[in-house]
Each structure stands twice: as structure tokens, then as C-alpha cells.
Ligand binder design. Sequence first.
Ligand code: GLV
Length: 329
Amino acid sequence: MNQRSQVYVTRLIPEAGLAMIRDRCDARLWEHELPPPKEVILEQVSDCEGLLCLLSDDVDGEVMDAGDLRVISQFAVGVDNIDLEAATQRGIPVGHTPGVLTDATADLTFALIMAAARRIPEAVDKVRSDEWRTWEPRGLLGADVWRATLGIVGLGRIGTAVARRARGFQMEILYNDPERSMEVEEELDATYRSLEALLELADFVTIHTPLVDETRHLIDRAALRRMKPTAVLVNAARGEIVDTEALLEALEKGWIARAALDVTDPEPLPADHPLVGMEHCIVVPHIGSATTTARTRMAEMAAENLLAGLVGQTLPYCANPQVYEAGTR
Ligand code: GLV
């Protein structure tokens, strides 16, 4: 970079990444708590070569056409908020941060499984509200995780890391994915099942697919009706994979026992939404990758992608590698 490139960063990411960017570019930063409105992004990218964005920013063709972007770098692994096809058509590589948040997200998934099974939020509330009177033989009975059947929908990086944790709990592992993985089946003793069979058999169903057209509302009314009335649904992937209205009905009518959600549709879920007030539903605010290590590494990777794109190098972690095949870059 002879001349310092102008870049727009849509939120305060960890300093490790910001320092790398500031070192090489003129960075303008949206420092507010909430995401920048679309008009602000449109205006800001008009003279920028690079955009570093978050999963809460809608990055469509309009944003891409508002300036002359050489690179879009997403501070997340999921890129469903970015129109990848539009980016590829325009020859803009899109970076993301796979791998470094896998274990943090798998840990959080397990925390949700355990918290729902053992009713941790209800137990905490009981103590806080001064209702802990004595040791109760029938109080707050939950479900066993140990040796239960886990159904993993989407056996990618995070789904596999969840399966690895499940081995320690001697769970029976079922999975569904567009592709069978013989290696994981062998290593973790996981069994491939159709989605329908998995839903019918699992005590815990956990979702780890990306959000694409085929997975939007994958867990709909019919899917929820297939699950056991004692089952727990966990979603740490994307909110729109589950039909929120159908989930509400399933919990109200007892089609399933509990849900634990790190992601919701809409997101954020308003505090007065019925799912938030339900005793048998746990909602946490999209914190899957929220460990210091994961977020620091994500910031560095996002910066690496941004800086590579600005000098026309292949992005080290690219979400639309077809952009290079197309020969437009
Ligand atoms: C978080 O949800 C991510 O996609 O990184």
C-alpha cells in the first residue's frame, strides 16, 4: 500500500485487530453500541476500499455499489448477512473467521445443553428470589445428559466439536448433514440419520448448520412435532433456522420439553417476547464466540483478510473463493 487505504469498520472490535488495521490504513470507526444504520454504511463506504463488518450489518449489492470496495471482511464465521453472490459478481472477495470460534461455540452449546437439562436458570432464580427453603426430594428435577441421545443437525466444524464433547458424556451421537462423514462416524462413533429419524430419536437436538435457503425454517412445525415431548432443542447457529412461532407453539403445547437459544429470530429478541418469559426456554444474547481468546483471534483474522484484500492478495480466509476462479480479481 503506497498510499494509505480508507477503510470503514462498523464497530469496535478487539484492539488486536484494530491496531493491525490502524497501522496500515486510515480507518473510520462506528463506535456506538448499536449497529450503524444502513444510510451510514452507504455514505461511509462511498470513498472506502475496505469494509470490516459484523453479522448485524446488512451488506447487499446496494452497499457494494455505493463505493469501490476491494474487500469485505466479516468479523464472524457466518456470512448470511452478506450477499455473497452479489460480491462475487462484482469481483469483491469476502473474508470471514472460521476455525477460531469453533471450540468456544461448542463449549457454549454444551453449556446450553447442561443448563436446560438441569434447569440452571430456574435454580438460580429460586435462590435469588429467596425461595430456597430446604433440600427438596422432588424439586427441580431435570434430565440426564450422561448417556442421553444427542442429535446434531449439521456436522461441520462446530457440530463435530460438539460431538467430541458428547463422547465424554457417553452420549449416543446421531447426526444429519448433506454429506456423510465416515471419519467422524469412526472417530466419534456417530451414526448418520435422516433428519426425521434424528428428530424422533434424540433427547437433545442441537443445530449447527449455516443459514442458507435450504436451512431457513428447517426446524418448523412439522419438525418440532416429530420430537419427543421430553426433548430439548438447542440453537447456537442462526435464529432463522428455527421457525420462532412454531417453537413457541411447541413449548406452549408441550410438543417438546425445553429450548435453549443463543440465536433468535428476530435478533435481538425483545424482552417482552413470550419465549423470553418462559420458564422452559433459555435465551442468551448470541454469545457463542464470546471468549477473550476467540474474539481476539477473530479480530486478527478479520484484519488479516482486510489487509490482504486491500493489496490484491488472496484472502487467507475467504468465504467466496469463486471470486478468484471467475478471474475478476
Ligand atoms: C457468529 O455467530 C459467527 O458467525 O461467527
